[in-house]
Design a protein around this ligand. Structure first.
Ligand code: BTN
Length: 251
């Protein structure tokens, strides 16, 4: 991987093969690594996705994890997954061919033409005092996508993007991420919410949500002021959902 230009405050550790870049970074974080380290790998042998799924990680795609140590409450920390999703969307949108519009599926999956092209896995540890940390793990299918996923998957090349080195995409993503993190720290969530609503999929539409231990359906009314999914239940009433898997119906 070539050495990309990084925004201020970030340092890069490029590795050839690891089990999971999130795991490498977690070990470093527990050993006291300061915020700003970014770990990448050309290949992951045990890449992880959300909901305990594996993340297929052959050479050619981007696998990167970023270490942060924000001094915020857990409810606000969860907003970082939307922050990362927007940064990634912008990095992809600026390279997208004409007519191709990446969209965000709540909270942070990136879809092109209804198929998943990238995902974000946020892992945090409250830790004592300043020892707490957040890892933002990002995978982007650049040259290949798995065929055996429970959802449609695609890659950038299949979507007509020009050939792209993982390091170049990483540089664009980190530039955007640095900007959005600054806004989040200084101004809070309001502008991030506005950006998410511009690029989010299925606002106002029918959804089914798989939550821990139950499924609910209704209408995706809006993104809440804190980043939760506001659901108008099919049987009446509203719920604010902070974690779960969304299935858009008829989108
Ligand atoms: C998802 O399920 O959508 C999240 C996928 C996150 C994959 C990335 S690849 C880099 C980092 N290391 C991992 O093991 N997972 C994340």
């Amino acid at each position: 991987m070539s050495q990309p230009a990084l925004p201020a405050g970030f340092r890069l550790l490029q590795l050839a093969e690891v089990a999971s870049t999130n795991d490498v970074l977690r070990a470093r974080a527990l050993a006291g690594e300061p915020a700003g380290l970014v770990v990448t790998a050309e290949v992951q042998t045990a890449g992880r996705g959300r909901y305990g799924r594996s993340w297929s990680s052959p050479a050619g795609n981007l696998y990167a994890s970023v270490l942060l140590r924000p001094d915020r409450r857990p409810a606000e920390i969860a907003q970082l997954s939307l922050v990362a999703g927007i940064a990634l969307l912008e990095a992809l949108a600026e390279r997208a061919p004409a007519g191709c519009k990446p969209r965000l599926k709540w909270p942070n999956d990136l879809l092109i033409d209804g198929a998943k092209v990238a995902g974000v896995l946020l892992e945090s540890d409250a830790g004592p005092g300043e020892r707490g940390f957040v890892i933002i793990g990002t995978g982007v299918n650049i040259t290949s996508a798995p065929a055996d996923t429970p959802y449609p998957a695609t890659c950038l090349i299949e979507q007509g993007f020009a050939p792209l080195a993982p390091a170049d995409l990483l540089a664009g993503y980190l530039q955007r991420l640095a900007g959005w993190l600054d806004r989040w720290r200084i101004q809070g969530f309001a502008e991030i919410r506005r950006a998410w609503r511009r690029h989010g999929l299925g606002l106002g539409g029918a959804v089914r949500l798989r939550l821990e231990g139950e499924e609910v359906s209704g209408r995706f009314v809006d993104l809440s002021e804190s980043g939760a999914l506001l659901l108008e239940l099919a049987g009446g009433g509203r719920r604010e959902i902070s974690a779960g898997e969304v299935f858009h119906i008829g989108a």
